[in-house]
Write a protein that binds this ligand. Structure first.
Ligand SMILES: Nc1nc2c(c(=O)[nH]1)N[C@H]1C(S)=C(S)[C@@H](COP(=O)(O)O)O[C@H]1N2
Ligand SMILES: [Mo]
Length: 306
């Protein structure tokens, strides 16, 4: 992965979280009057419909929308942080179909409208940590991947899940990685309640640069596990060979759990720079989600399975 000094985010970008939070509080209060259990906090014209606030959200202030949508890794749209936002015309998120296939009893394709109606959408504000040493807090909109997997009825032999991103060699980056971008999770990780399929952020439809129309979000792992613009999800028996493992097996492991004690071969992972802040923070084990996910890895040597 390319490394850039993360100093190119302007201080002015750190101002809008307060405004955003005030809006959320207002919407949450409005929602309480209408519905006692699920809290619809917003809905939008582009068709996401009601969005419930999730108890799994962090209370940390979100990174500015501007930074979240202009400082991106999406190599198919260019390898500089600013490239994806400038190359959104290269990916058309509508119409779109997501195939869910492989070792399942009911393989099928979903249109985005179907996906959005599958289960109630939630806002999940997650800490996100890139392997390059920066982090953000992102208010995703989505639903647990487990809900989608349930629809296709995985077979007993399915042990892993593969995520295939859209790739068009006529319009997208050539070289760098062996395309399409492929990522994977163990089935129990894929079914974990924190694992999200995101279709939006900041209460709105997902921008292309963040992986429209649907992308994976796994908050206790380095950001590269979260494949963008996914066209296929495949249940398989063997551990997938991911695009980053192919490119650099000694640098990018299959698990990629955020771990301050296991350095990347070329740099430390002990600290991080939260975009919009000036002092580095200590990186937390499993990105702060240890209470929820550590049991997935009990008995595993996390230096070997990095
Ligand atoms: N298809 C695809 N997915 C991808 C990437 C990519 O280059 N291509 N980059 C990954 C990396 S390294 C990170 S940190 C996150 C960044 O997501 P964001 O730009 O929405 O913050 O997307 C991940 N998903
Ligand atoms: Mo990343």
């Amino acid at each position: 992965m390319l490394i850039r000094r993360p100093d190119d985010i302007l201080p002015s970008e750190i101002t809008d979280p307060a405004v955003y939070h005030a809006r959320r509080r207002f919407m949450a209060q409005a929602g309480t009057l209408a519905l006692a259990s699920a809290l619809p906090i917003t809905s939008n014209a582009a068709g996401l419909g009601p969005i419930a606030a999730s108890p799994l959200s962090t209370t940390e202030p979100p990174t500015s929308r501007r930074a979240v949508t202009t400082y991106n890794n999406f190599y198919e749209l260019g390898t500089d942080k600013a490239d994806p936002a400038e190359n959104t015309f290269r990916l058309k998120p509508t119409p779109w179909t997501l195939r869910v296939e492989g070792l399942v009893n009911k393989p099928r394709s979903f249109g985005i409208e179907e996906l959005i109606k599958l289960v109630p959408l939630e806002e999940r504000i997650y800490r996100m940590r890139c392997v390059e040493g920066w982090s953000m807090v992102i208010p995703w909109v989505g639903f647990p991947l487990a809900a989608l997997l349930k629809q296709v009825d995985p077979q007993g032999s399915a042990k892993y899940v593969e995520f295939v991103s859209h790739y068009d060699k006529a319009t997208m980056t050539r070289g760098v990685l062996d395309w399409p971008y492929l990522e994977g999770l163990r089935l129990d990780e894929a079914r974990h309640p924190l694992t999200l399929l995101a279709v939006g952020l900041f209460g709105e439809v997902l921008p292309v640069q963040n992986g429209a129309p649907v992308r994976l979000v796994v908050p206790w792992k380095y950001g590269f596990k979260g494949g963008k613009s996914i066209v296929a999800i495949r249940l398989v028996e063997k551990q997938p060979l991911t695009a980053w493992m192919k490119a650099g097996p000694s640098e990018y492991g299959f698990y990629a759990n955020v771990n301050p004690e296991v350095d990347h071969p070329r740099w430390s992972q002990a600290t991080e720079r939260r975009i919009g802040e000036f002092t580095k923070r200590k990186t937390l084990m499993f990105n702060g989600y240890a209470d929820q996910v550590a049991s997935l890895y009990s008995g595993m040597d996390l230096r070997r399975f990095f």
